[in-house]
Design a binder for this molecule. Structure first.
Ligand code: IVH
Length: 664
């Protein structure tokens, strides 16, 4: 590689990285990217003096700092006035109209992260400064450079400040916290804290691992040569920044309310946290006329969403024993409404968390709930203590069976396999959708049947008769018949469901499917080597299966007799057309996705959620979005339901095409 090839390679890598991180639309496979990346690394090792500052290798690592330097923004970073309801919005809009009645509005998400000011000179990123007090912040350039959605170079030679929010997705937030829980580090209270904490790491290598995303929302000093906020956002996207997930040009108050309603509905589905909608006067000229107060621009406001963080009292802590014996502390709260949902309990993860946060009975605590996040206690407001709060003692004996508890790493466990709580949770698990899928058999009914001594274990469920249930409170003839019918229907289930129902440590749905596909029911008679021969099954999983079979042989045989699980079709009939093929499903199809997924799996295929280079086919229905685009980019065959049907009808001998997708 000569210098020219090197510069070309750097530019190509940057194009590919932009497509991947900013446009969510990869141009090449990871493998192709990695190969060129390694060539660039090799060139740079031989010619350190020629390293291009925009090389993607410059994004990771860098020196570990002692402390951050302070740096001044070219223009101050203001904050936003909060408004909470329609009346306050009306007043705000009226104040704008008073200055200029021709104003229109641009509505955008209010990201809940950490704000960051990026300064570009001669098109190069030269400084990245946190908001700080608005005038002066901390210089976090090394960290900002590790964020792939921040361009190191833009096509704009004049000095400009680009402002935006650094965020972390809800999913990555949960992943980071799970890791921190395992390694005994304090948890981040919310995605905002995780983003801010990650941006202020003295070691940029840590920031690089946190998968931060930068969304631009405006400019400070400088000029992009455009007249409106809508055009600023568009121009920033053209310069290589990531497009925010929502933006709406509203002409009046009604338009703003429409956008607010829409964004609020989208909120739970969006991968990142929003805490409101920012409304900005669209016209730059009118913005200037309106000007600033000491703290806020008069041309923008934050229309907040109803709080998902609320304050309440912690009345008590109870200890719940799960199927595997792990004891989880649960906070019992004075009920509070969060966005229309009453929250009366919140998880406390494990006992170490209680000690770390010094949570006491009677404390006032801050709790959080958001769409896909279970309610959590995030903080004790200890300045509100009145002195009568009580420390919570570490449990020494199982609250359910009274046996001594054992400490296993950060976990407290009840090891008694006959512990009533474990048995009940085990039956609930076996009956759940992802296992035997017994309709109408939830936690309450299992608990009732167990308490009455009618059901002792999973096997006894399959010996239930109508006479056992007659006379039980709430059990009328119809309910009894339905329940018995659901239990009956679960017989003859697919083999993997049976395996999941057993609740073997480390063997989840994916492993159960792989094992059943390869070995069917003989999976209970295998050596460790045979088990590990299955792709993706490691030694720990194999050992767990062996140990389980060793101590439960009679129980497994009894359950096989009662439930009669069936082997997957390809094991029974030998070769299957779809064996080993990976499918992804997108868009609206003629039947529920779960149903199609089950059919495909029965024919030996794997169904995954995201399109990667390993995907063999994308089945696309109406309105497939990003998966569709990704399959196009990766050159993965995209087929519709009809094609799949005829593909099977033409080629397959061992499957019955008419049963795959039904007739419609
Ligand atoms: S505009 C002069 N737009 O909210 C304009 N800010 O509460 C000031 N924020 O410090 C900011 N999303 O970190 C603006 N679309 C958005 C925003 C946004 C999030 C943050 C920003 C600011 C804070 C003010």
């Amino acid at each position: 590689m000569n210098y020219n090839d090197y510069l070309q390679a750097v530019s190509t890598l940057n194009t590919w990285a932009h497509a991947y991180y900013v446009l969510d639309d990869p141009l090449v496979s990871d493998e192709v990217y990695d190969k060129l990346y390694r060539e660039v690394v090799a060139f740079e090792q031989h010619h350190p003096e020629l390293i291009d500052p925009t090389s993607p290798t410059r994004r990771v690592g860098g020196a570990v700092l002692e402390a951050f330097e302070k740096a001044t923004h070219l223009e101050p970073m203001y904050s936003l006035e909060d408004i909470f309801d329609e009346a306050e919005l009306n007043a705000w809009v009226q104040r704008v109209y008073k200055v200029d009645s021709r104003a229109t509005f641009y509505c955008e998400p209010k990201f809940d992260g950490a704000s960051l000011n990026l300064i570009y000179e001669n098109g190069e990123l030269v400084r990245a400064i946190t908001r700080g007090d608005g005038v002066e912040g901390e210089m976090v350039l090394h960290n900002a450079r590790t964020i792939p959605s921040i361009p190191l170079k833009i096509d704009h030679p004049q000095t400009v400040e680009i402002r935006g929010e650094v965020i972390i997705t809800k999913e990555d937030f949960e992943i980071i916290n799970e890791e921190r829980l395992r390694s005994g580090e304090p948890l981040f209270a919310n995605p905002r804290n995780a983003a801010a904490g990650s941006l202020r790491q003295l070691d940029p290598a840590i920031t690089a691992k946190r998968r931060l995303i930068f969304y631009p929302y405006g400019i400070g000093a400088g000029d992009l040569g455009v007249a409106t906020q809508a055009e600023i956002v568009q121009r920033l996207v053209e310069l290589g920044f990531k497009k925010p997930p929502y933006g709406f040009h509203a002409h009046d108050r009604a338009g703003i309310l429409h956008a607010y309603k829409r964004l609020k509905e989208m909120r739970d589905q969006l991968p990142m946290m929003l805490d409101g909608m920012v409304v900005k006067v669209n016209e730059r000229a009118i913005q200037q006329e309106l000007g600033y107060t000491v703290k806020f621009p008069r041309w923008a406001c934050a229309f907040k969403f109803p709080a998902i963080e609320k304050q309440t009292r912690l009345l008590n802590v109870i200890f719940q024993v799960g199927r595997t014996g792990v004891v989880t502390p649960v906070a019992i709260l004075e009920p509070v409404l969060i966005e229309g949902v009453e929250v009366a309990r919140a998880t406390l993860h494990n006992f170490d968390e209680i000690e770390r946060k010094d949570i006491r009975r009677g404390d006032t605590v801050l709790i959080i709930r958001s769409g896909d996040v279970i309610p959590k206690v995030i903080k004790v407001l200890d300045h509100l203590r009145i002195g009568s709060e009580e420390k919570i003692a570490r449990p020494t004996h199982c609250p359910e069976c009274g046996e001594p508890l054992y400490q296993e790493g950060a976990l407290i466990k009840c090891l008694n396999i006959d512990c009533p709580a474990r048995v009940v949770a085990g039956i609930v698990h076996a009956a759940s959708k992802r296992a035997l899928s017994i309709d109408g058999l939830g936690e309450q009914i299992v608990q009732l049947l167990f308490d009455k001594g009618i059901v002792r274990d999973l096997a006894s469920l399959y010996r239930l008769r109508a006479t056992d249930l007659e006379g039980l409170e709430g059990f009328k003839a119809k309910k009894i018949a339905n329940l018995l019918q659901s239990i009956e229907t679960s017989k003859g289930c697919e083999c993997w469901r049976f395996v999941v129902a057993l609740g073997i440590d480390l063997i989840g749905e994916v492993a159960a499917k792989k094992l059943c596909r390869r070995y069917s029911l003989s999976l209970f008679n295998l050596s460790k080597e045979e088990i590990m021969a299955v792709d993706g099954i490691g030694e720990e999983m194999a050992q767990s299966l062996i140990d389980f079979v060793h101590s439960n042989r009679a129980r497994i045989d009894e359950l096989i007799n009662l439930i009669s699980p069936v082997p997957p079709e390809d094991v029974a009939s030998g070769e299957s057309l779809l064996a080993g093929k990976t499918f992804v499903i997108t868009g609206t199809l003629s039947r529920p996705r779960d149903e199609i997924k089950a059919e495909l799996e029965r024919l030996g295929a794997t169904v995954t959620n995201s399109v990667t280079k390993k995907t063999d086919y994308l089945i696309a229905g109406e309105g497939g979005g990003s998966k569709y685009e990704k399959a196009l980019a990766l050159n993965i065959p995209i087929i519709d339901e009809a094609t799949l049907r005829s593909m099977i009808a033409n080629k397959s001998t061992s499957t019955k095409p008419s049963t795959l997708f039904g007739t419609h």
